[in-house]
Design a protein around this ligand. Structure first.
Ligand SMILES: Cc1cc2nc3c(=O)[nH]c(=O)nc-3n(C[C@H](O)[C@H](O)[C@H](O)COP(=O)(O)OP(=O)(O)OC[C@H]3O[C@@H](n4cnc5c(N)ncnc54)[C@H](O)[C@@H]3O)c2cc1C
Length: 391
């Protein structure tokens, strides 16, 4: 027999979406339980995103989990776009009225959030097995799982489906309810983490005849670099020297040097976009990657997850305070406006296998426009630092 438990909001997944949701609810006096199928160590060491929008930074600070990020994060007020061997800086500070981005790894955000949840007596259950969600079309949804061999049934008022793209929540929605939109891109990213001081203070996005390249960083000692490659590229065909050589070629610019260092990690990521609509069914609400994924070009996945959870937490708090459910009813529509805008933004700079010389000229003209028109640069800067949370 399963042991019966009860909470107000049951949350599946202790990634950024689940942890932000749980902590925001706690700050509003609402109970939640988070169930996570991986170990705490695994979740806290999973290297993923690293660029935080201004709105994400502000929210983490407001939530009281921003101390370490403020100390250790690197604040950037611009990015470089590089093409034809020339660099063009997009000055965020000037173009957005003082906003910027913060470089601080996703797994550090996850550590800070987990520490805060546990310090506040929050329930984050790691290494649970066989998670399933039930009865969310009615008033008493349930999450079933096993922990240490014992079966549990957690009855709640609402379920937060924060279990990422491969989780169980989205596939549990009955067939025909969700419309899924997908685009698989005909390229991937070969990404490395290198023990090398970043060769630039700011990120460099490069459009090159041989394909896109990105110079990013995690800390003042660790660089993160990417090369556009085939979606099924074999990492074993890329010894370290070949990677550095290709990076040198694609990122080359006059008077600029790329610093090399030992490669700590390398891997190929496929590029795809996905959106499920609506992001709710009954009392099950999807947030973050469980509802949508974006290619990492715009560094938006983590920021979108945080934005969803903020909107959901506010809607739930309003429901518990007033009994009204108009914000909950509008959850999906509110989130999807931002999601589709970000899909639009996570663009450009890549070379497509089927493109012809016309496409290439048009793409270069677009880059020329973005870097020389103030209005176009401003639009890029506004999207990069992140649309206002009210968006
Ligand atoms: C390899 C990789 C690299 C990335 N790099 C970047 C990048 O450079 N820039 C960028 O902006 N974004 C990047 N992203 C995207 C970004 O990391 C995600 O958008 C972000 O993690 C979304 O947060 P989330 O909480 O919605 O989902 P997740 O972080 O995926 O969290 C979901 C959680 O649910 C748990 N879970 C899954 N299934 C179950 C289950 N059945 N039961 C219980 N728990 C479950 C998972 O273990 C996980 O902890 C990357 C993603 C990946 C996969």
């Amino acid at each position: 027999m399963p042991i019966s438990l009860r909470t107000q909001v049951g949350i599946v997944g202790a990634g950024p979406a689940g942890l932000v949701l749980s902590h925001l609810l706690h700050l509003q006096g609402i109970d939640s339980v988070v169930v996570e199928n991986r170990s705490r160590q695994y979740v806290e060491e999973r290297v993923r995103a690293g660029v935080l929008e201004q709105g994400t930074v502000d929210l983490l600070v407001e939530m009281g989990v921003g101390e370490r990020m403020k100390r250790e994060g690197l604040i950037h007020y611009g990015v470089e776009l590089r093409f034809h061997g020339h660099s063009h800086r997009i000055d965020f500070k000037d173009l957005t009225g003082g906003k910027g981005i913060t470089i601080y790894s996703q797994h550090e955000v996850v550590k800070d959030l987990t520490d805060a949840r546990i310090a506040a007596g929050g329930q984050v259950l790691f290494e649970v097995e066989g998670v399933s969600v039930h009865d969310f079309e009615g008033a008493k949804p349930k999450i079933r799982y096993r922990k240490d061999g014992q079966a549990y049934e957690l009855t709640c008022d609402f379920i937060g489906g924060c279990d990422g793209f491969h989780g169980v929540c989205r596939p549990s929605v009955p067939e025909g309810v969700l419309t899924e939109y997908e685009r698989v891109y005909p390229f991937g990213w070969l990404g490395i983490l290198a023990e090398a001081p970043p060769s630039s203070e700011e990120l460099i996005y490069t459009y090159h005849d041989r394909g896109f390249a990105l110079l990013s960083m995690r800390t003042e000692q660790i660089s993160r670099l990417y090369l556009q490659c085939k979606p099924d590229e074999e990492v074993s065909l890329w010894p370290d020297e070949k990677i550095w050589q290709e990076l040198h070629t694609r990122l080359a610019a006059e008077g600029w040097e790329l610093t090399e260092g030992p490669i700590l990690q390398k891997g190929v990521t496929r590029m795809s976009s996905f959106v499920a609509e609506p992001m709710q069914h009954g009392r099950l609400f999807l947030a973050g990657d469980s509802a949508h994924i974006v290619p990492p070009t715009g560094a938006k996945g983590l920021n979108l997850a945080v934005a969803d959870s903020r909107i959901l937490a506010r809607a739930l708090a309003d429901f518990y305070a007033t009994g009204r459910h108009d914000l909950l009813d509008g959850y999906s529509q509110t989130c999807l406006r931002r999601v589709w805008n970000v899909q639009r933004f996570s663009w450009l700079l890549h070379r497509f296998p089927d493109e012809n010389p016309f496409d290439r000229r048009r793409q270069l003209a677009e880059l020329d426009y973005v870097t020389s028109s103030r209005a176009a640069s401003q639009s890029l800067a506004e999207n990069y630092v992140g649309l206002a949370m009210e968006w």
